[in-house]
Design a protein around this ligand. Structure first.
Ligand SMILES: [Zn+2]
Ligand SMILES: [Zn+2]
Ligand SMILES: [Zn+2]
Length: 300
């Protein structure tokens, strides 16, 4: 529910501190001895809306949006019980429906993190991250296999472009390598990505703590694991794994801000600092490694 701006009547959502219509600050000083309602928490500020639960007036700083979009005061908002995520309701929903519904919620409605239950068991979070990584690992493995199996056939089709391999064991070796790559990526990929989730959450948690977050590590781990939902897009060949990391970062920002009930700034730094730093540190090395592999492959 929105409340009209006292200057221009443009509706503003609870939580806004300046009007989206005219840009005026909504933190209005109350006139001493005046007849206008004042905030129940801040008696020097004018009350702009009433809490739909307890009926007290609240200033712009104290207005909140409830789970159904109703207007709440900051005190009633804090009493609001945290809504479980579908992933927490696996008993009722069944494993796959819970997984599917959680994916939808994380990817399409990340705003719901702001009133979602913050704490979760470590094993529950890691299981979710594990399931999210399976499609991308499977598809990546399949891609490797097709490349390695297909490349020798391609070379045979254009014999003038490739050097003769002597005993002819090259293509067979390449095909076997393709199968080994597929099995390795599909089997080792998911546990490795769970390990990455655990480490990523650990680093992010240190950053978030520095930003003033007080909730424990399992909240960060839960937020980080749920934000891995985007990796299920890895099932779309080639495009999926390009889109997934960015979508995951967007989900992670919402998850950190929501589950830690922290500010936009802290959540943003917590989400981006570690990936940006590791990009700068490892980016050069990674490109170098790729260059080395490709130049070796070209020589052979
Ligand atoms: Zn206005
Ligand atoms: Zn209230
Ligand atoms: Zn107030």
């Amino acid at each position: 529910m929105s409340i009209p701006c006292p200057y221009c009547q443009h509706p503003f959502p609870p939580g806004a501190q300046s009007c989206p219509g005219c840009g005026a600050s909504l933190l209005l000083e109350a006139v001493p001895g005046g007849t206008q309602p004042v905030c129940a928490v801040h008696p020097t500020l004018r009350g702009l809306g009433t809490c739909s639960r307890c009926g007290t007036f609240a200033c712009a700083r104290c207005l909140r949006s409830g789970p159904q979009g109703e207007t709440l005061c900051v005190r009633c908002h804090q009493l609001e019980p945290d809504a479980p995520m579908p992933w927490d309701q696996r008993q009722e929903l069944g494993m796959w429906r819970a997984f599917w519904k959680t994916l939808g919620q994380v990817l399409l409605h990340p705003g719901t993190f702001s009133h979602a239950r913050a704490e979760g068991r470590t094993s529950d979070s890691l299981l979710f991250a594990l399931l999210c990584s399976v499609p991308a690992c499977f598809m990546t493995g399949l891609t490797y296999m097709l490349i390695f199996v297909g490349m020798p056939s391609l070379m045979e089709a254009f014999p003038e472009s490739s050097q003769p391999t002597g005993d002819g064991s090259g293509p067979v070796f390449m095909r076997w390598l393709g199968v080994v790559m597929f099995v390795a990526t599909t089997l080792l990929g998911p546990p490795l990505s769970v390990l990455m989730t655990l480490m990523g959450a650990g680093v992010d948690h240190l950053v978030l703590r520095a930003g003033g977050v007080t909730r424990p590590f399992n909240v960060t781990l839960r937020a980080h694991s749920l934000s891995e939902a985007a990796w299920t897009l890895g099932i779309v060949p080639f495009i999926g794994t390009q889109v997934a990391p960015f979508w995951a970062l967007v989900s992670r920002f919402f998850a950190y801000r929501g589950l830690h009930r922290t500010t936009t700034g802290t959540a943003l730094v917590g989400t981006l600092l570690a990936p940006l730093a590791s990009c700068c540190l490892c980016g050069g090395g990674y490109i170098g490694l790729l260059f080395l592999i490709f130049s070796r492959a070209a020589q052979k």
